[in-house]
Unconditional design. Sequence first.
Length: 117
Amino acid sequence: QVQLVESGGGLVQAGDSLRLSCAASGRTFYVSQWGWFRRAPGKERELVARIAWNGESQSYTNSVKGRFTISRDNAKNTVDLQMNSLQPDDTAVYYCAANWNLDWRSWGQGTQVTVSS
């Protein structure tokens, strides 16, 4: 099992930045991908960004490209999401997740990000 704990959410104004961090523990050596998802009120859960276990490749949903950056620190066992130029549409609960055996199998408890206009 892999345990994930997110931190760093909060209330900011449009144009501000936030950095989310996900602390991982347990059998992290099984993980092939790390990801950040979000769920906004009334919307489906969305994969925002993901990164390979070795950090060599990343991908982003179109709406955050150029504004968000996902990174992995293997020494600290953390996965961070740097979010710049935040907009009200970025308001959501953000979840860290771990993927192995072709599925997202571990989830954090979520952290709220609210962007006011």
